[in-house]
Design a protein around this ligand. Structure first.
Ligand code: FES
Length: 187
């Protein structure tokens, strides 16, 4: 891509991409790393990301989408600042992963692929994340947490809210509050 071309990426990432496409004998081999780096910076694979990556590699946007849709770690919608992935595959399931997942749903007031209203959290039920010996395991962005118990969930979320700069004034339980109020109204 020429220097004059407008880019949606930071100058650092644009330079990284310029180097990356020259690194492989076949330019499209750079596709997956480029999509991952782009996702880290932009948050998800927007139409603009797909268009620019396609142009940089010299393939069509359809080619990019065909590859990207195959990988579950690549996403086409924005997620929360902290994306909580709970493994419910066999080892984790046998160690209480569903109870753990339900606790996250309850505390956050969202389900699979949901995002909290404040944009701080999103939640996903995922397949094995390679931490079977330490089940049940979760991953929050790039951080792995092992042998997580449902009763640890409120504190875990409070910790991440603190990192996001959200005051711990009870907003952690917004989802739960809404559920509780909903139940009370239904009663
Ligand atoms: S089954 Fe959950 S990490 Fe492997």
């Amino acid at each position: 891509m020429s220097n004059e071309t407008m880019t949606i990426f930071s100058p650092q990432l644009a330079a990284r991409f310029d180097a990356l496409v020259e690194k492989y004998p076949v330019r499209r081999s750079a596709l997956i790393p480029m999509l991952l780096y782009a996702q880290d910076e932009i948050g998800y694979l927007s139409d603009s990301v797909i268009a620019e990556v396609a142009e940089r590699i010299g393939i069509t946007e359809l080619d990019v989408r065909n590859v990207a849709t195959y990988y579950s770690m690549l996403r086409f919608k924005p997620v929360g600042k902290f994306n909580v992935q709970v493994c419910t595959n066999i080892c984790c399931m046998l160690s209480g992963a569903y109870e753990l997942y339900e606790r996250f749903q309850e505390e956050l007031g969202i389900g699979h692929k949901g995002v909290t209203a404040d944009g701080v959290f999103s939640l996903e039920e995922v397949e094995c994340i390679g931490a079977c010996c330490w089940a049940p395991a979760i991953q929050v962005n790039y951080e792995f947490l092992d042998e997580v118990k449902p009763e640890q969930v409120p504190n875990l979320l409070a910790g991440y809210r603190g990192k996001a700069g959200v005051p711990s004034d009870g907003s952690l339980s917004q989802g739960r509050k809404a559920q509780t109020e909903g139940k009370a109204a239904d009663a």
